[in-house]
Write a protein that binds this ligand. Structure first.
Ligand SMILES: NC(=O)c1ccc[n+]([C@@H]2O[C@H](COP(=O)([O-])OP(=O)(O)OC[C@H]3O[C@@H](n4cnc5c(N)ncnc54)[C@H](OP(=O)(O)O)[C@@H]3O)[C@@H](O)[C@H]2O)c1
Length: 325
């Protein structure tokens, strides 16, 4: 069977797992102390990234308001403003993430991914709360041949990317001194369906799996990203070590293809990587085109006095035991 990337994380079909088991060990003790100083609001908290973020913050003992669509629908301006009040930091992990469905439902996707961040930006501007908003590599065309920097020109090739770009632009326009846009990509984690869990499931069913080898990116563990979001949040609000607002690239270091990732998953799980065979995207037309080259550079972390995320292969080695158990 051939496996094309379908969702943002290249998922095909997998069973959702329970919330992540992230604990406070993912940030150092000093950061954990500072985390407890602030009041955090998480939107989209039941999603794959949201689960790990919530687990990390609660593990630190932070005062965190945990919300998903039922509690705070970010497309509801008044409800969003009410929810933001009383918080120092808002982390928006809520989004429409069905990339293919966005092609035929672009307006609905853009309401969530564009208007939602706009409502949050307005609300944060009114209270002074810092807004950390998670965006995507899909704001770029993928036609580059060297890593995109934070200020590289955007040019999305699909409806989902266009909607997420609307959200970025709203934050830059409405909360220029409070907004932190963190672009991520190729996420996997314990709290949602993703490419890694799909590969592990298919390994039990099929001897040979074909996976596309002509899309490059940076597989990123949600737990690693959650740790960096927390560090950035603390730096954003702490007067002693201010991180400038703007765009950050929250992807793993290094790069690979879906094929390379699949082989690494097999190797890490003690399976034979030769069971993974390369194929091309052309053999798998999807409703939404994918950028061929989704590798992001990480220069702005240094400006914030923070390191970039670890290498994707090291993240995978750390993550896999937590994803198999
Ligand atoms: N997954 C990836 O590979 C990837 C790659 C690049 C960027 N990103 C970005 O990373 C962030 C987190 O992604 P994820 O994979 O963790 O997403 P996810 O698992 O799909 O979770 C998103 C959460 O947002 C909720 N949500 C949707 N619409 C909402 C609304 N109007 N108000 C409040 N909550 C709403 C969803 O609830 P429902 O289940 O009810 O819809 C869901 O719980 C998103 O901004 C996404 O665009 C993800």
């Amino acid at each position: 069977m051939r496996i094309p990337p379908t969702g943002e994380a290249g998922l095909v079909d997998a069973t959702a797992t329970d919330a992540g088991s992230v604990d406070g060990a993912s940030v150092d003790a000093t950061t954990a102390d500072r985390v407890r100083t602030y009041r955090w609001l998480i939107t989209g908290a039941k999603g794959m990234l949201g689960c790990d973020l919530v687990a990390l913050l609660t593990g630190c003992g932070a005062a965190v308001t945990i919300t998903d669509r039922d509690e705070v629908d970010i497309t509801d301006q008044a409800g969003t403003a009410e929810a933001v009040a009383g918080h120092d930091l808002v982390v928006n992990t809520a989004a429409w993430t069905d990339v293919d469905a966005a092609e035929t439902q672009e307006e609905q996707a853009t309401i969530i991914n564009g208007l939602g961040p706009q409502n949050l930006a307005v609300a944060c501007s009114a209270t002074g709360a810092r807004l950390l908003h998670v965006s995507t590599d899909y704001v770029f065309s993928g036609r580059a041949n060297h890593p995109y920097s934070e200020d590289s020109p955007t040019n999305p090739v699909n409806a989902y990317g266009r909607g997420k770009l609307v959200g970025e632009q709203a934050i830059e326009r409405l909360a220029p001194r409070l907004g932190y846009i963190v672009r991520t990509a190729w996420l996997y984690g314990a709290g949602g369906r993703n490419f890694v869990s799909t590969m592990l499931r298919l390994a039990q069913r099929q001897e040979v799996i074909e996976v596309v080898d002509d899309q490059s990116g940076q597989p990123t563990w949600t737990r690693a990203l959650a740790s960096h979001l927390v560090r950035l949040g603390v730096a954003a609000v702490d007067r002693r070590s201010p991180a400038p607002p703007g765009i950050y690239h929250g992807t793993a270091s290094g790069q690979t293809t879906w094929y390379g990732l699949a082989r690494a998953i097999f190797a890490e799980a003690g399976l034979d990587p030769e069971r993974i065979r390369p194929t091309t995207s052309a053999r798998f037309p999807r409703p939404a085109p994918r950028p061929a080259y989704s590798v992001l550079a990480h220069g702005n972390w240094a400006r914030a006095g923070l390191p970039p995320l670890d290498q994707w292969r090291d993240q995978l080695a750390m993550a896999l035991p937590t994803l198999i158990s």
